[in-house]
Design a protein around this ligand. Structure first.
Ligand code: AMP
Length: 505
């Protein structure tokens, strides 16, 4: 079966697919659609970029269209749960496109925007509802929504849901769903706790697995550059300037582990004449939407993102992914580089690896089974760096640039020399956002942490941005406190989502 037309989907769906230019189903679509049309439950081990949205959307639309029912007040026939607002909005947009020739209504609700308007939109009921868990439960509590008529339930990115601490919210949703519905459960990884969660939703599922967690997209060329932490700013600036000027870079995502790290990257790039925007949880919804729109439309070529904010972002034409900081949870690397090389296009992923981050690189290589090619710093790196405006070369340990003697990467651990600014984000191995982002599930991330990565504070060169450093240190301390209030990095999520993570029932 190599064409959509072989899959027995309703004609209006095939028409929409043809308009989108999709003729061949992707492997996950080929494997899932026939069983889903029959009404089977599904356990899907797949990451974004595989075509999984259409894999669950197309057969679901088909089933809803084949058994039309009048809408019921404050009710929905299909519920899709997504961990982040961006992903929810993207799923809803995709579904609206696939359903454009069908008389089915699709609503999308998420935190961070006023709830009353969303409640009003649900008064007459909707056929399909795409939601984040916090806002969903809020609207249920306000009696603006009931789940008793759900016929199809989709839980997307279950591992990310767990990482964000949505476990109690999901258990509550499981209790509210009617028996007899069809359930689809997707996750990019399937450790035991996720599997246990899945068992609460699915019954005798068809199992579909594409691009297992440990395989990174083959079409992504992956390299690492060993670079002192303090030199990363200059290196990124030089790389982006070159790539944009030559046209080699079409659009690039730059990953930072922390929110203030992302802002700092935007600042030094901007002063060096490289236009960039950041997307993370301290930005308002309007700012995030504007940054994504600019990036999608190609007006912004460089988008700096934290892992959580970028999760699920589907923008075609992302030619490069730069890991300014190496992710400290190896699976995040797979998600990050999955942003490039999507849907058949080739992509390039370049990771900047400092001495302190080497254990994370090894953990990534163990997980993916791919040894990253290590590239040297560009020729004349220091000379070029010296020409950059001050913020971009800040922290460079070079006499000509106002610092101490430059130590070749790899020797710094022995002599204790450390770059300045980056310390705030990488020392100790766990920057703010990822760490606390795992909320109630912090144990999981600790389990995955390579032990050698826990560097201890050392005196070295002083940061040129002591304020940033102190702030990062305060965040780290807060997050590492064994009890008491946790550092809540997930200001990425709305207030209602945060309450879920705190165990609201
Ligand atoms: P997803 O994994 O759902 O995020 O999809 C990844 C990308 O592949 C999205 O841009 C989809 O629009 C695109 N896509 C999904 N199905 C197909 C298909 N059968 N042919 C070509 N592109 C597709």
């Amino acid at each position: 079966m190599s064409y959509f037309s072989d899959l027995h989907l309703a004609e209006p769906i095939l028409r929409a697919l043809a308009e989108k230019g999709y003729t061949d189903p992707t492997p996950i679509q080929r494997q899932s659609i026939p069983s889903l049309i029959e009404g089977r439950d599904l356990l899907g081990l797949a990451q974004t970029g595989t075509g999984k949205t259409a894999a669950f959307a197309l057969p679901s639309l088909h089933r809803l269209a084949m058994s039309p029912k009048p809408r019921k007040a404050a009710s929905c026939r299909m519920l899709v749960l997504s961990p982040t607002r961006e992903l929810a909005a993207q799923i809803a947009d995709n579904m609206k496109f696939y359903a454009k020739h069908l008389p089915l209504s699709i609503q999308c609700i998420f935190g961070g925007v006023p709830a009353p308007k969303q409640a009003r939109a649900l008064v007459g009921g909707t056929d399909i509802l795409v939601a984040t868990p916090g806002r969903l439960l809020d609207l249920i509590d306000q009696r603006a929504l009931t789940l008793r008529d759900v016929e199809i339930f989709v839980l997307d990115e279950a591992d990310q849901m767990m990482d964000l601490g949505f476990i109690h919210a999901l258990k509550r949703v499981a209790r509210l769903l009617p028996p007899g519905r069809q359930s689809l459960f997707f996750s990019a990884t399937m450790p035991q706790d996720i599997e246990a969660l899945g068992r609460q939703f699915i019954n005798d599922p068809v199992k579909v697995e594409v691009a297992p967690q440990s395989t990174t997209a083959e079409r992504v060329e992956q390299t690492a550059i060993l670079v002192n932490q303090a030199e990363k700013q200059a290196l990124l600036t030089i790389k982006l300037r070159e790539g944009l000027a030559s046209g080699e870079i079409d659009r690039t995502l730059v990953f930072s582990r922390t929110k203030h790290g992302s802002d700092r990257i935007v600042r030094f790039l901007t002063t060096a004449g490289v236009e960039a925007a950041a997307i993370h949880g301290d930005k308002s919804q309007a700012q995030r939407t504007a940054a994504l729109k600019g990036f999608r439309e190609g007006r912004i070529k460089v988008l700096i993102a934290t892992d959580i904010a970028a999760r699920g972002i589907d923008v075609t034409g992302v030619s490069h992914v730069y890991n300014f900081d190496i992710p400290n949870v190896a699976e995040q690397y797979v998600h990050r580089i999955g942003r490039t090389g999507r849907a058949g296009a080739a992509g390039i992923a370049i990771s900047f690896v400092s001495d302190e981050e080497r254990p994370y690189l090894r953990a990534i290589e163990r997980l993916t089974g791919v040894k990253l090619a290590v590239k040297p710093l560009p020729d004349d790196f220091l000379k070029e760096a010296a020409r950059l405006p001050a913020p971009a070369k800040r922290g460079l340990a070079n006499p000509a640039l106002g610092g101490g003697e430059r130590k070749p990467q790899g020797e710094r651990r022995r002599d204790g020399g450390r770059g300045g600014e980056g310390r705030g984000d990488t020392r100790g191995g766990r920057g703010g956002e990822n760490r606390g982002g795992r909320g109630g599930e912090q144990r999981r991330s600790n389990d995955r942490r390579p032990s050698a990565g826990r560097g201890t504070p050392r005196d070295g060169e002083r940061s040129t941005s002591q304020r940033d450093h102190d702030r990062a240190r305060a965040e780290r301390r807060q997050a590492e406190r064994p009890s008491g209030p946790r550092f809540d990095p997930l200001r990425d999520a709305s207030g209602d989502e945060r309450r879920d993570r705190q165990g609201r029932r």
